[in-house]
Design a protein around this ligand. Structure first.
Ligand code: GDP
Ligand code: GDP
Length: 491
C-alpha cells in the first residue's frame, strides 16, 4: 500500500488535514502538542482505494526551528510515496519551504503543494504567490471550511494504484488499526520497539516525552462541539436481521420511507435526528439501515460500514437478537465499539419472542461473550411491539450524562487516595513510583490524568485496579473510562 505523508511547518494545518482524511479522529489534540512523538500511521480509504497516512505528529507549536522540523519531516518523507507539502496561504511563501519542496520533488516522489487556509474567494489571490514554486500540482484548500479538498483527494486517488482498490476478499482486519486486547508483555514490548523504530520520533530529550500508555491514541478530536452534551450521536450497529432498522423506526417514533437506492454507488451517510426531553438524538449514517441486506449482508462490508458509523458517533447501540444464539459476527461487530471509546448500550432485541425463562442465562452469556463491553448496560426490548423502547430513550440520556460528566478534582483525589492506601503502587526496577494527584481533563468519554513522578511506572494492572475503584465510586455505567499517566506540569 502507498504511504502518504503530510509535511510542513507547524500550524499550517497538517493535523487538521490528517484528521479530515482519517474522518476526523485519532490525531493529536493541541493541548497535547509535544507529548507524542510517534509518526502516526493510519489506514485511510480515499474513495475506494486504501493507503497509509503518516502524520509527522508531535510538532511543538512553539518550536520554529526549521532544522528540527525538517529532520523529522524528512524521516516521514523518506518513508512516503506521496507527499502533501502544506503551507499556510495566509503567509507569504518562504524560501526555505521552496528549497525543501524541491528537495523532496527531486527524490522522485509524488508531491503536491497544498496551500491551506484559503477560506474564501478573496483568499484565492494569495494562491498566486505560491505559483512561484513552479509546480502544477498545487491545491488551494481550506481544511476548516472544507474548500477544494475534493480536488486534492482526486489527485491523491489518481496516484494510488488500482491494486489498492478495496476488494471483495480483503479481510476487514486490513482497516482495523489496533488490537483489541493485548497482554501486558505484548504491550510493553510494543512500546520498547516503538522507541527504537527508524523514524518514529524526533524529540531530543528521550526522557521528557512519555508515550507510555496504550491510551496514547485516545486524545481524539471530535467533529462536533465537545461541550454540546445535549447532542448525542448514536450508531445503531449489529449484524443483519437483528432488528436495527426496526429499532431505528421505533426510536424515531414513526415509520420512515426507505431511501431509494442508487445502483452501484456508495451510500451517502444520512443522519436522522429526533428531539427527546430537550436533547437531540442523531442516528448517524442510517442509509445502510434503510437498505436492508444490501450492504450489511456481507460480513466485510458490514464491518467496514460499522466502523465508518462509529467514527461519527459518540454512542453505540449494539443490537443483538435475543431470540437466537449469538454469533461470532455479533462479537466482531461489538468489538469495534471499544476502539472508538464510545458510550455503549447493549440492546437485546426481539424479547417478545425470546425464551424469557432463560433470561438470566442469556444475560450471563452476553456478559461472557462481550467482556470488552462490560461497562455497557443491557436492555431487553422489542423493536417490533415497541416494548421498553421508551426505557431505551431514557437510558440513552442517562448514559450520555455519565459519558459527559466532569468529576471535581477533590472527589477524584479522595477516591485515588483511598485506592492507594489499599494497594500501594509497585515499584519499577527498584525505583519508587509516586502518584501525586489525579484530575479529569476531558469528558466524552471521561479521561483522567494520573500525575506521577514516573509515568511509565503505571502498570497496566494497576491502571485496571484504579479503573475499578473509580467505577465503584462514580456512575460511569455505559462509558469507557480512560487514564493517562503524566508528569507534573505536563499538559
Ligand atoms: P499543524 O501544526 O500544522 O498540524 O496545524 P493544525 O492542524 O494544528 O492547525 C493549526 C491551526 O490552523 C489550528 O488553529 C487550525 O484550527 C487552523 N487551521 C487549520 N486549517 C485551517 C483552514 O483551512 N483555515 C483556517 N483559517 N485555519 C485553519
Ligand atoms: P436489520 O437487518 O438489523 O435492520 O433488521 P430488521 O429491522 O430489518 O429486522 C429483521 C427482521 O426481524 C424483520 O422481519 C423484523 O420484522 C423482525 N424484527 C425486528 N425487531 C423485532 C422484534 O422486536 N421482535 C420480533 N419478533 N421481530 C422483530
Amino acid at each position: 500500500m502507498k504511504k502518504i505523508a503530510i509535511i510542513g511547518r507547524p500550524n499550517v494545518g497538517k493535523s487538521s488535514l490528517f484528521n479530515r482524511l482519517i474522518k476526523n479522529r485519532d490525531a493529536i489534540t493541541s493541548d497535547l502538542a509535544g507529548t507524542t512523538r510517534d509518526v502516526k500511521r493510519k489506514h485511510v480509504i480515499i474513495n475506494d482505494k486504501q493507503a497509509i497516512l503518516l502524520d509527522t505528529g508531535g510538532l511543538d507549536k512553539g518550536c520554529e526551528l526549521f532544522d528540527k522540523i525538517k529532520e523529522m519531516s524528512l524521516k516521514a518523507a523518506y518513508a512516503a510515496d506521496i507527499i502533501l507539502y502544506m503551507v499556510d496561504g495566509k503567509s507569504i511563501p518562504e524560501d526555505e519551504d521552496k528549497k525543501f519542496f524541491y528537495e523532496l520533488e527531486a527524490m522522485g516522489k509524488d508531491i503536491a503543494l497544498v496551500v491551506n487556509k484559503i477560506d474564501n474567494d478573496k483568499m484565492k489571490e494569495k494562491l498566486w504567490d505560491y505559483y512561484e514554486f513552479g509546480t502544477g500540482d498545487i491545491f488551494g484548500i481550506s481544511v476548516s471550511h472544507n474548500r477544494n479538498t475534493v480536488a486534492l483527494l482526486d489527485w491523491i486517488y489518481e496516484k494510488l494504484p488500482d491494486e489498492d482498490i478495496i476488494k471483495e476478499d480483503d479481510t476487514p482486519e486490513v482497516i482495523q488499526e489496533e488490537k483489541e486486547d493485548i497482554s501486558d508483555e505484548e504491550f510493553f514490548s510494543q512500546y520498547e520497539q516503538n522507541d527504537d523504530d527508524e523514524f518514529y520520533y524526533w524529540d531530543d530529550d528521550e526522557d521528557e516525552v512519555e508515550d507510555d500508555s496504550i491510551f496514547a491514541n485516545n486524545d481524539n478530536i471530535k467533529e462536533f462541539d465537545e461541550n454540546d452534551i445535549n447532542h448525542i450521536k448514536i450508531a445503531i450497529i449489529g449484524r443483519t436481521n437483528v432488528g436495527k432498522s426496526s429499532l431505528l423506526n421505533a426510536l424515531l417514533g414513526e415509520e420512515r420511507s426507505v431511501v431509494s437506492s442508487v445502483a452501484g454507488t456508495t451510500i451517502d451517510p444520512i443522519d436522522e435526528t429526533v428531539e427527546y426531553e430537550g436533547k437531540q438524538l442523531t442516528f448517524v449514517d442510517t442509509a445502510g439501515l434503510r437498505r436492508r441486506g444490501r450492504i450489511l449482508g456481507i460480513e466485510k462490508y458490514a464491518l467496514m460500514r460499522t466502523k465508518a458509523m462509529l467514527e461519527n458517533a459518540n454512542m453505540a447501540l449494539v443490537v443483538l437478537d435475543g431470540s437466537q444464539p449469538f454469533l461470532d459476527l455479533d462479537e466482531k461487530i461489538a468489538g469495534l465499539v471499544d476502539h472508538n471509546h464510545l458510550a455503549c448500550i447493549i440492546v437485546l432485541n426481539k424479547w417478545d419472542i425470546a425464551n424469557k425463562q432463560e433470561h438470566e442465562k442469556i444475560i450471563r452469556e452476553v456478559r461472557d461473550r462481550f467482556k470488552f463491553l462490560s461497562y455497557a448496560p443491557i436492555i431487553t426490548l422489542s423493536a417490533m411491539s415497541g416494548q421498553r423502547v421508551d426505557k431505551l430513550h431514557d437510558m440513552i440520556l442517562q448514559i450520555n450524562e455519565n459519558y459527559s460528566q466532569r468529576i471535581p478534582t477533590s472527589r477524584v483525589n479522595e477516591v485515588l487516595e483511598r485506592a492507594l492506601r489499599r494497594h500501594t503502587l509497585p515499584s519499577m526496577h527498584g525505583q519508587v513510583i509516586r502518584i501525586y494527584y489525579a484530575t479529569q481533563y476531558e469528558t466524552r468519554p471521561p479521561k483522567i490524568a494520573i500525575v506521577m513522578n514516573k509515568p511509565k511506572g503505571l502498570h497496566f494492572t494497576y491502571r485496571r485496579y484504579l479503573t475499578n475503584k473509580f467505577r465503584e465510586a462514580f456512575n460511569f455505567e455505559g462509558t469507557p473510562l480512560l487514564f493517562k499517566a503524566k508528569r507534573r506540569g505536563e499538559k
